[in-house]
Design a binder for this molecule. Structure first.
Ligand code: NDP
Length: 324
């Protein structure tokens, strides 16, 4: 099969197209023909070596496609050949075929396409746990969401609005601001041109916000803390601009008994029940048309390196997909 393989960590050029043997499904697993795989920022961290992984490896941990074979012991009442499925958190999806445990598979509702499912799963469930569990948004809250035109950002804005929040969001350009507003953002702040913490204080009458959803990390962390009201929650869920350096915990006290958490999707979909509930909500909202996906960035599998370059250069908005 054609697949992207990483034999050494580094820049986008380490994403090499290779001919590799097709995987075979083991016990409890299914083999899928992939129709779309999701590109996520975590793929960049793994490619760079910021997150360690054993070499060589096929990157990617989100895809959707069709079941084409099942492991020997798979019960006949579970998934079957021909089912359309989506999954995440199983490495090896930048490929034409991949295996995954059945425990990770979610059936794709009839009314949504395989590409929509691939685009919704990982970023959708991330937005879901951030808005409902890490800090459960209450109607009337004013919340700050960084990188509002990004993959997670556009979905998180929509979920926060659905929960009745007033949404402030940061973006780097006017074009991205327009997309964030289309998704429901009440206020957009160009954090490349103005000090977002000052602006957030202004927009909240000096009070600050109860939660900041920060995926940008290094360049925003200090400003994000400055946006919080006393006992506010800093949900640092990524580091698109780089890792946050160590900081003195006393700041949490002097800035108002703040909470900092560094959540990750794995822990919020650790049980089958959690996974089904979050994926179920996200896919149902997509099917109903109440959660809109932005699917403008599709690349052939062979162009994985370009997809990474564009994601890192802040050129993409919404979901980035690779099509095998
Ligand atoms: P995005 O589509 O949001 O892309 C990243 C965005 O970050 C850019 O478009 C850009 O928006 C902004 N950004 C700000 N500074 C930089 C910089 N120096 N370099 C690159 N981008 C920058 O990506 P995803 O939706 O895939 O992921 C968003 C974040 O969420 C990532 O940090 C990822 O690691 C994290 N994540 C965390 C999960 C978790 O469970 N913890 C799960 C899924 C994702 P702009 O141009 O507007 O500034």
């Amino acid at each position: 099969m054609r697949a992207i393989q990483i034999t050494q960590t580094g820049g986008p050029d380490v994403l090499a197209l290779r001919d590799l043997p097709n995987p075979t499904p083991g016990p409890g697993q299914a083999l899928m023909q992939i129709e779309a795989c999701g590109v996520n920022f975590i793929d960049v961290y793994l490619r760079e070596g910021r997150y360690p992984s054993q070499l060589p490896f096929v990157p990617g941990q989100e895809a959707a496609g069709t079941v084409i074979a099942l492991g020997a012991d798979v019960a006949s009442d579970s998934f079957k050949v021909g089912d359309r499925v989506v999954w995440c958190h199983v490495m090896g999806t930048y490929a034409e075929f991949a295996v995954a445990p059945l425990s990770k598979l979610i059936a794709i509702p009839e009314s949504i396409s395989v590409r929509q499912a691939a685009a919704a799963m990982l970023q959708g469930m991330t937005a879901h746990y951030l808005a409902h569990s890490t800090y459960a948004i209450q109607a009337g809250d004013t919340v700050l969401i960084h990188a509002g035109a990004g993959g997670v950002g556009l979905l998180l804005i929509q979920m926060a609005k659905r929960l009745g929040a007033r949404v402030l969001t940061t973006v780097s350009t006017e074009e991205k601001a327009a997309l964030a507003r289309e998704a429901g953002a009440d206020e957009t702040i160009l954090y490349t041109r103005e000090d977002f913490a000052t602006k957030v204080r202004e927009l909240t009458g000096g009070k600050g916000v109860p939660v900041v959803y920060d995926s940008v990390g290094k360049t925003t962390f200090d400003g994000s803390l400055a946006c919080l009201r006393p006992r506010g929650v800093m949900a640092l869920y990524g580091g698109s601009s780089g890792a946050v350096p160590p900081f003195d915990l006393i700041q949490l006290s002097t800035k108002g008994s703040l909470y900092v958490t560094r959540p990750t999707l794995k822990d919020y979909t650790a049980t089958r029940a959690d996974l089904e509930q979050r994926a179920g909500d996200v896919l149902r909202w997509v099917a109903e048309g109440t959660l809109k996906l932005r699917l403008e960035h599709n690349y052939p599998l062979a162009d994985a390196a370009q997809a990474h370059r564009d994601l890192e250069a802040r050129k993409t908005t919404g979901k980035v997909l690779l099509i095998p």
